[in-house]
Design a protein around this ligand. Structure first.
Ligand SMILES: Nc1ncnc2c1ncn2[C@@H]1O[C@H](COP(=O)(O)OP(=O)(O)OP(=O)(O)O)[C@@H](O)[C@H]1O
Ligand SMILES: [Mg+2]
Length: 258
């Protein structure tokens, strides 16, 4: 029999976040199935990035933040004093809107640094293999294999974004958070990342944030529509895009808000 608990990699229960006086996330409940692309979509300012930052605990670096509720990665409560944020961030990688490789470091070192620092490999050979594996998974290997020791800044924007994906994958995360990962790329660069997401979900669960309903409809297995800090509707992508239950969701997916 299928174990239902085990089919979710992340569970969010009654999550509320306040920044200063502003109630930014309101009673969020979400269950994220393993090995899927789960998309959080909603208009600007609705709380999408704040939700990702709360999941990987970057939010704690901000001033005047108050959080209530629970977040479980598998069976571990990750928003807990006893769970170290560094461990959470190793298991939950993040890719940002603007590609942020370390520009002066080599392509190789951008990927190798995290695993080396966290002692995930025992030898140079193992590290070389891991770097190659991550670059292949990010669809970048063929483009960079002959110039691994050139600085990351020589790469195009789209290549830099795929390098950031490789860097995150090299840590062998369970979840990859992607916050508007294509909004600074041209259509070709964007569609490469979209193809990549569909392939990557075999090895990692992807939580994608986007305010483009069309992108969401192309890549998602599940979608949650967030508006003003609340989850208005969530379900299989196909249902949300063809038979939305809430009129606000319908307005958003047809491009009338956002
Ligand atoms: N550090 C902060 N200090 C104060 N308010 C903040 C902070 N970060 C976010 N907020 C507020 O929280 C709300 C949600 O912001 P968030 O960045 O999560 O939205 P978003 O859905 O990611 O928007 P966008 O699509 O524009 O990226 C906004 O009203 C924003 O002003
Ligand atoms: Mg955002």
């Amino acid at each position: 029999m299928k174990n239902i608990e085990n089919s979710y990699v992340l569970r969010i229960k009654d999550l509320n976040v306040w920044i200063g006086d502003r109630h930014v996330l309101k009673n969020i409940n979400l269950d994220i199935p393993r090995n899927t692309v789960f998309t959080i979509m909603g208009p600007s300012g609705s709380g999408k990035s704040t939700l990702l930052r709360t999941i990987n605990r970057i939010i704690e670096l901000y001033q005047n933040v108050k959080i209530s509720g629970e977040i479980y990665l598998e069976n571990i409560k990750i928003n807990d004093q006893n769970t170290r944020p560094e461990n959470v961030r190793r298991l939950i990688g993040m890719v940002f809107q603007i590609p942020n490789p370390l520009p002066h470091l080599s392509i190789y070192d951008n990927v190798a640094l995290g695993p080396k620092y966290n002692k995930l490999v025992k030898s140079k050979k193992e590290l070389d293999e891991l770097v190659k594996w991550a670059l292949e998974r990010a669809y970048l290997w063929d483009e960079v294999k002959d110039r691994l020791h050139e600085p990351a800044r020589v790469l195009s924007g789209g290549q830099q974004q795929r390098l950031c994906i490789a860097r995150a994958l090299a840590m062998k995360p369970k979840i990859l958070l992607m916050d508007e990962p294509t909004s600074n790329l041209d259509p070709v660069g964007s569609s490469k990342i979209e193809e990549l997401m569909i392939e990557l979900k075999k090895i990692v669960t992807i939580i994608l944030v986007t305010h483009y309903p069309f992108q969401a409809s192309r890549v998602s297995d599940y979608v949650a529509f967030i508006y003003d800090g609340q989850i208005i509707e969530t379900g299989p992508a196909e249902e949300i895009f063809t038979r939305p239950k809430n009129p606000l969701t319908e307005k958003f997916v047809t491009g009338r808000i956002g």
